[in-house]
Design a protein around this ligand. Structure first.
Ligand code: FAD
Length: 291
């Protein structure tokens, strides 16, 4: 099913869709291992699952498309295939579109892709995600794009980041998925600003339960998300106790999700890191099961 339709139907029914992100397993047997991960995630009952792709001309977009198609076909769960425009020529994009269509992909998350560390953007015909959205929408995909509650890491001004978000909606994006954020007040301020900037497409909120100090440090340096003091305190308290740290990370995400649901956000998107335990805990929080 198209993701814009999922949001539309859920809103009419007075509920907010819950979605998961997974990534294609690295190394050998990618598809087989993705099948196992997708089966376990699908069993948790998400409204859709999105599948990442690595950026650049040599990215793994064919595995992404195949995994997304497999999720819909084998498990009956709607899927979103990510697609990055960085380093692509117009011809490359047309080829990707054909490949995604041939695989049976219905929904695409249109992204620029991350700048390679310490290097300039690879050469290609597209500088921004908004530039690949029209071709994807014209090809008949339901197109989503990325949003940043604290602004994108390369953009110092949140108002400008929101203007760029609006450009993606104007180009044809019909839903947004946010970067992870650990502070709900920041998310609510961002949603307010986005509404004032004329963003009408649903914005689903990305939540990542933190699993370890190294993982979270790497992630925040990559995407520019802030670490609020309660998170830093948890990281410090359980520095030498990985199991307790993981449990505390899941508990923190559970409290964030409960508050988001009570606040009536358009949807919640869980960065599952391919871990069914993370997905199950998030679903339990959103169903209001006791912790
Ligand atoms: P854009 O929207 O193009 O923005 C990039 C930068 O350019 C921003 O600073 C923006 O403010 C600025 N900008 C935009 N338009 C203009 C303009 N007209 N003039 C001047 N400046 C402009 N990366 C992957 O490689 N694979 C993935 O699967 C993946 N999945 C992701 C999923 C989500 C939900 C999110 C939030 C991010 C994901 N990323 C992924 C990371 C993403 O590729 C990076 O955050 C990337 O740096 C920006 O991508 P974007 O699509 O938001 O870019």
């Amino acid at each position: 099913m198209r993701v814009d339709q999922i949001f539309h139907e859920a809103k009419a029914a007075g509920r907010a869709p819950v979605s998961f992100e997974m990534f294609p397993p690295k190394g050998e047997l990618t598809l087989e291992r993705a099948h196992t991960a997708a089966e376990a995630l699908s069993a948790c009952g998400p409204d859709f699952i999105s599948v990442t792709c690595s950026a650049g001309g040599t990215g793994n977009s064919s595995a992404t498309a195949q995994i997304a198609a497999m999720i819909s076909h084998d498990f009956g769960v709607s899927a979103v295939a990510h697609l990055t425009g960085i380093g692509l020529t117009r011809g490359d994009l047309a080829e990707r579109i054909e490949a995604y269509r041939a695989a049976g992909v219905e929904n695409v998350l249109a992204l620029r892709g991350d700048r390679p560390q310490g290097a300039a953007l690879p050469e290609g015909d597209f500088s921004y995600a908004a530039e690949i959205i029209p071709a994807l929408a014209e090809a008949g995909f339901c197109v989503g794009a990325a949003a940043y509650p604290e602004g994108h890491i390369e953009c110092d001004d949140l108002a400008e980041s929101i203007r760029h978000l609006r450009l993606k909606q104007d180009a044809g994006a019909s839903f947004f998925v946010t970067q992870l954020c650990f502070d709900n007040e920041t998310i609510y301020r961002f949603l307010d600003l986005a509404e004032r900037a004329g963003i009408t497409a649903p914005i689903t909120i990305g939540i990542m339960p933190f699993m370890g100090k190294q993982q979270i440090t790497r992630t925040v340096f990559l995407c520019g998300t802030s670490l609020p003091s309660p998170v830093i305190k948890i990281l410090a308290r359980y520095e030498d106790d990985p199991e307790s740290l993981m449990a505390a990370g899941i508990d923190y995400a559970r409290r964030q999700l409960e508050d988001l649901a009570a606040h009536g956000v358009d949807g919640c998107h869980i960065y599952t890191m391919n871990r069914p335990s993370v997905a199950r805990a998030a679903m339990a929080a959103l169903r209001g099961d006791a912790a």
